[in-house]
Write a protein of this length. Structure first.
Length: 118
């Protein structure tokens, strides 16, 4: 898959273990980089959706249209927020990500690495 980053700060955290260690604690930096590696090697979004440890899920409220995967398990609170992108560079709808109208999504834009419980 192709990964795009919303800004240089997100890119630095996701591509530099040193930067990830500044933002995250414990084993989260290593798990974040393992998740990035998994995403890069996935053939499409379905591989990410079907990988149970990530618990791929859509977000609600002000984050409608965004999706998250868990980093370090559900109880860690750390998640990687992303937007699936179509080949024209537009954000995909929920119907295009899931279900019978799903399209072959091969691009994700990483929005944020965050601790949901902070």
């Amino acid at each position: 898959m192709q990964i795009r980053y919303t800004n240089s700060k997100v890119k630095n955290v996701c591509t530099s273990l040193k930067e990830a260690k500044k933002k995250c604690s414990g084993t989260i930096p290593e798990k974040l980089h393992a998740a990035i590696n998994f995403i890069e090697n996935a053939s499409n979004i379905t591989d990410i959706i079907n990988y149970p440890p990530f618990h791929f899920h859509h977000l609600k409220g002000s984050r409608m249209g965004e999706y998250a995967i868990d980093i370090g398990g559900r109880t860690s609170g750390w998640r990687l927020i992303m937007i699936p992108i179509d080949n024209d560079g537009n954000a995909c709808s929920n119907d295009e990500v899931y279900g019978k109208n799903a399209i072959n999504i091969v691009i994700v834009q990483l929005e944020e690495v965050t601790n949901h419980y902070e």
